[in-house]
Ligand binder design. Sequence first.
Ligand code: ZN
Length: 309
Amino acid sequence: MKNKIWIITFSVWMLSLIALADKSQKFELTKEWEQTIQKLAPANPTVKPLKKHKILVFSLATGYKHWVIPHTSAMLKILGEKSGAFDVVVTTNIMMFKADALKEFDAIVLNNTCPKSPRRNIFLDVLGDGAENEKIAKTLEENILNFVKEGRGLIVLHGGITMQNNSPEFSKMVGGSFDFHPSLQKVTLTLTDPNHPLLKAFKGKPFIHSDEPYMFKNAYADKNFHPLLILNTDILKYGKNKKQQEKIQSDIRYVAWIKKYGKGRVFFSSPSHEGHSFEQPELLQFFLDGIQYALGDLTCDDSPLKKEK
Ligand SMILES: [Zn+2]
């Protein structure tokens, strides 16, 4: 009898371990998975689109390659097609950031566009060194800044924030730069204001999923954005990394926000590192709403925490 109980307990424990491990396991993008996301995605746009928009999804990574990149591109296509709010063009070509090529787009998505560290400049990674290439890289970055300044949208997803991580102006536009992250773990994100139009997706409840808890630097210190999702760092697990723990201390950190940049709008979401997160319909709704904000369809309070000096 005792043996039997022990075997049952052991089996349950093993099964729960397997279930936990599954949650952070890479899976290939399949038609079946796309069908699942198709079913879970919102059927209608939250607000009527001003027009049928066109979004450029930049999905190149020259540094760390997130396995979720193809899933994110597929998810964005599904969000656009099912809601009818926008068409998506996916590219890995940096020359799509030439001013002429950008003309046909209403928003840009940076889909986990991680460059090589420590330089963290995706354009130079592709172009190579040299004064001429540095000039081209600078122009391509300026084209993105101008694209937003002039009134269009920018959506930055997870690792996308690292793309031009050492550029102060890029940091200012996005609202921060990547600093570091404790390892992948289950995180509970709370809402700054459950009644904010961009947070209605979560129905007043916290959002729980497995993610890399991103920490930010540079322009983040100015808090020149309207925060949406909060990460409570008190409950983070650091493992043996005492240095990280000391650096973070007890504090709340914002991991998703919206902001103005010139006449344009920026939506940043640190979630998500994992494809599994998209299987939660709240996140799909949140992304659709954030994209509609960036496109100018959805107007809401985007006043910054701290005013620009
Ligand atoms: Zn990641």
